[in-house]
Design a protein around this ligand. Structure first.
Ligand code: SF4
Length: 329
């Protein structure tokens, strides 16, 4: 990892246009990913993680639009690039792998051709040369007998193999940034571990930065050096992964950490009951005023209902949005 930023997101806002209204689905989201770094975004479903990733790669679709802020990739602002300009970047400098590869892969095209297409589109290769590179790309993601697998259609492969093909497509052109949105949620536990190891190894080998998105704080802490915790469209805490576990500051982060099973704790302390955060993430149309977490927060006061908390820089490093940091600690 270097100390040079690869991706800088500044005050990103994403709006939902509905019934003549402009609702804020994501706001004031700022974070930086260094070259070669793996940064995690964590939070429950509906917190805005995936639409943040779609905004970064230019795949937001109506009724969601970028409402403000800046996205800089390798020093260049990309939030207002035209469709053709963004297509040149996508798959080349910034790529994405999704939770369910079956919906992202073309079911009517052999996987080898789908990988080779990346080299034809972005590296101006002829098909023969692109196919040779595609075999290598399959080999890189540890697909056995890659020449034979080239001719397979997505439905002929297992879920784990399909995800490897997605990773091969995403990393084919050596992008600077890989967005991994819940890349292992649909897989068995053992295959999950293999895919995560693969992403970690390949990003290290190629120096690729990764934005890892998951609802699973354990997975994120395992993969990432720094973590951003999202709740209802806002980043509520940003810290080093080990600090998030050892001393979470925001009440929402505390709830996420307390809901994790701790290895060995049952053996030491007998039956352990996991804690849960009461309530659910509200839909965008019902985001509450003030601190959006206040209806679920054990430390909420009157001020929390009316005033959104600003970011506080912690002395020990990191950022938190909460009016009552001391009482929440
Ligand atoms: Fe809880 Fe208030 Fe802090 Fe929000 S600002 S997390 S409601 S204490």
């Amino acid at each position: 990892m270097t100390d040079q930023p690869l991706l800088e997101v500044e005050n990103l806002r994403i709006d939902l246009l509905t019934d003549g209204q402009r609702l804020s689905a994501v706001e004031e989201v700022s974070f930086t990913i260094m070259r070669g770094e793996t940064f995690g975004l964590v939070g429950e479903s509906g917190c805005g993680k995936s639409i943040t990733a779609l905004a970064l790669i230019g795949l937001l679709r109506a009724p969601l639009v970028i409402g403000g802020g800046r996205i800089r990739l390798e020093g260049k602002e990309i939030q207002s690039l035209s469709g053709p300009e963004m297509r040149k970047l996508r798959g080349n400098r910034i790529s994405m792998i999704f939770q369910e590869p079956m919906t992202a892969l073309n079911p009517l095209s052999p996987v080898g051709r789908q990988i080779a297409e990346m080299f034809v589109l972005h590296k101006a290769m002829g098909w023969k040369e692109a196919e040779r590179h595609a075999v290598q790309a399959l080999d890189n993601v540890r697909v056995p007998a890659p020449e034979r697998r080239m001719k397979d259609y997505p439905h002929q492969l297992s879920g784990g193999m399909r995800q490897r093909v997605m990773i091969a497509i995403a990393l084919a052109c050596g992008p600077g940034l890989l967005l991994a949105d819940e890349p292992t949620t649909a897989l068995d536990v053992t295959v999950q571990a293999e895919i995560l190891d693969l992403i970690r190894d390949l990003s290290k080998e190629q120096g690729t930065s990764v934005l890892m998105i998951s609802h699973d704080l354990g997975l994120i802490a395992n993969m990432c050096r720094r973590v951003g915790v999202m709740y209802a469209g806002r980043l509520v805490e940003q810290r080093n992964a080990d600090e998030i576990f050892e001393s979470p500051s925001h009440p929402y982060t505390k709830g996420l950490v307390a809901s994790l099973p701790l290895l060995g704790s049952r053996a030491k302390h007998g039956r352990q009951r996991l804690r849960e955060i009461s309530g659910v993430v509200p839909p965008v149309s019902s985001f509450p005023g003030g601190c959006r977490f206040h209806p679920r927060c054990y430390a909420a006061t009157d001020m929390c209902q009316t005033t959104a908390p600003a970011e506080t820089v912690l002395v020990r490093g990191g950022l938190v949005r909460c009016h009552h940091l001391e009482s929440s600690i």
